[in-house]
Design a protein around this ligand. Structure first.
Ligand code: CA
Length: 252
């Protein structure tokens, strides 16, 4: 059974007045969430806040009946669906937040070295293992769908004027399609969840480099955010970092 430590950090970045990202880490560190809101001054921050609040609420008031991957996967999907419905209903009820929606990337830590991830939008989850970064999530964005179809290169996608257009989010439809990603973990793995404010500035190799040079999730969070700011941080930036250690006998 692996042990793990979680840290998180958010920053408005260099060009935005407001921070419309939100994150949550449960006190038992089993649930971690990054949400990146959109939809104008009133809507964006509200949508991402609602997403993390509903997930927190579900975790505390309607907790999963155990920590197996199967139970947590079911819990996760119902919780994300509930967040989607809450944002959708809020949006329907107020003209002020008509366009609001949010991305979400959520991890729940299961027993047996398994992590269950749910994902909607262009926030990301990376697995960092043996100095390599593996992107676990597919962005639901116009440009990344074109990259996957072979019509744009990764470099072209970074500068494409439509790079911020997402194709799926919480709150825009009554029902949302949720990607589910099961992850098998090993000792010394790191998992990074982030909003696109980080992944549009830092390349996979840079993320890997930062993680490999720091020993603690808190320091990794600080360095990831700092290097995003050094890179101009045109958008809000949020990161959750999880570090997996060896088994209970203390080996790393
Ligand atoms: Ca963003």
């Amino acid at each position: 059974m692996l042990k793990w430590h979680v840290a998180a950090k958010t920053d408005a970045g260099c060009q935005r007045q407001r921070n419309e990202d939100n994150y949550y880490v449960s006190p038992d560190q089993r649930l971690f969430v990054v949400a990146d809101g959109m939809g104008g001054a009133a809507g964006g921050a509200k949508a991402s806040k609602l997403a993390v609040e509903i997930l927190e609420q579900e975790w505390t008031k309607n907790p999963p009946s155990g920590h197996s991957a199967e139970i947590l996967r079911k819990w996760l999907i119902q919780a994300v669906n509930k967040a989607n419905e809450a944002i959708f209903d809020e949006r329907e009820s107020s003209a002020l937040v008509k366009g609001m929606g949010t991305t979400v990337v959520v991890g729940v830590q299961a027993d047996d070295n398994k992590l269950e991830i749910a994902h909607v939008g262009d926030s990301r989850a990376y697995l960092l293992r043996e100095d390599k970064a593996v992107l676990l999530t597919n962005d639901h964005s116009v440009v990344q769908e074109m990259v996957r179809a072979g019509r744009l290169t990764e470099a072209q996608a970074r500068t494409n004027p439509y790079k911020n257009l997402i194709t799926r989010c919480l709150g825009h439809e009554k029902k949302v399609e949720i990607d589910q990603i099961p992850v098998e973990l090993k000792p010394k793995d790191w998992v990074v969840l982030c909003s696109d404010g980080l992944s549009t500035v830092l390349l996979d190799d840079q993320i890997c480099d930062i993680v490999s040079k720091k020993a603690e999730p808190k320091l990794v969070c600080e360095e990831l955010v700092q290097q995003t700011i050094d890179g101009g941080a045109p958008d809000n930036v949020t990161v959750v970092v999880v570090h997996y250690l060896g088994s209970d006998n203390g080996s790393k």
